[in-house]
Design a protein around this ligand. Structure first.
Ligand code: ZN
Length: 318
């Protein structure tokens, strides 16, 4: 039987469209990675634009890169994180339909990574201001300086050290820095009346995270942040994850936040055991699975081995 090649391609590319990693490989692309840079975050959902209401005028947008959060009420509109230029444009167009074309009052960045700030220029052009934690602009510039042919990053025009808060209509939005976690400059964004918290990449849901040690990450303090946030926030709080396992929602409850803390506890326990037995970093990183967390999604640039390696560096640093 003669196979219709065109049909085969259509079918197979459709099947491959499940993850961006396989799409990249199918197109023969190497993962974008500048020399000397940590791997680009691979925790991207399928590139299908999706707007979801979360609670009390807070919603989210997923397409490619970190989850974008938004608030639209009758007096104000803002976004948290900006993904990439192309997906930012798609998000902005969709939000304009919800706002009737009003301009944005604010763009917030949870941290500096390109899949959260790459669309800053697109949103900044239509927003009154851009806010981030104090280290974010410097970290954006460091990445840009090490990336060939990159243009100057669009950075915050207002920054804060520990907390930043402002009223937007009947909602109060507070950004909070709790020390190093996923990077050296991560903020969580609390929609206080909605009981919704955008965690940025301080929350990966059921997938191995990126731990950006060159940018100041700390697994041990990250665990403390997760404990503090789970304890401080009201019991019915909805947490927005920066990245979730393919097919799982971007919103979770406090139990999932604590499970992610337990994941890091298991990581550190495994690494401490290996170090005590005199194992090399390579041997520790080759651990096949983490008991209780076998369901975590790996693949692409983000793997258990990667996390174990960074944990080894952190625990053995002089
Ligand atoms: Zn990140």
């Amino acid at each position: 039987m003669k196979i219709d090649r065109r049909q085969f391609i259509v079918v197979s590319s459709g099947a491959l469209a499940v993850t961006p990693f396989t799409r990249g490989f199918a197109a023969g692309q190497a993962p974008a990675q500048a020399p000397g840079q940590p791997p680009a975050p691979a925790a991207a959902p399928p590139a299908v634009p999706k707007f979801e209401d979360v609670r009390r005028n807070v919603g989210l947008f997923t397409m490619r890169g970190g989850t974008i959060g938004w608030l639209i009420n009758k007096d104000a509109a803002l976004v948290v994180d900006t993904q990439y230029p192309d997906t930012a444009k798609t998000c902005l167009d969709g939000l304009k339909q919800k706002t009737g074309g009003r301009s944005l009052d604010l763009v917030l960045n949870t941290h500096h990574h390109a899949d959260h700030t790459g669309g800053n220029a697109v949103f900044r052009a239509e927003a009154k201001k851009l806010v981030a934690q104090a280290r974010v602009p410097e970290l954006q510039r460091t990445v840009a300086a090490a990336t060939p042919n990159s243009s100057a990053p669009v950075v915050a025009d207002a920054t804060f050290e520990k907390t930043w808060s402002e009223k937007f209509g009947d909602e109060t939005v507070t950004a909070q820095y709790n020390g190093p976690g996923h990077t050296g400059g991560d903020a969580i964004v609390h929609f206080e009346r909605a009981h919704v918290v955008h965690m940025g990449d301080l929350l990966f849901y059921e997938r191995h995270p990126r731990v950006d040690r060159p940018a100041g990450a700390s697994i041990q303090n990250w665990m403390k942040i997760l404990e503090k946030v789970a304890k401080d926030m009201p019991a019915d709080t909805i947490f927005i994850a920066g990245h979730s396992k393919d097919g799982l929602p971007a919103t979770v409850d406090g139990k999932a936040v604590l499970r992610f803390r337990d994941y890091f506890d298991a990581v550190l326990t495994t690494v401490r055991k290996g170090v005590a037995q005199g194992q090399t970093k390579e041997a520790v990183a080759a651990t096949a699975a983490l008991p209780g967390f076998e369901s975590y999604q790996g693949g692409g640039a983000l793997t258990l081995a990667g996390v174990l390696g960074v944990a080894f560096d952190e625990l053995t640093a002089k």
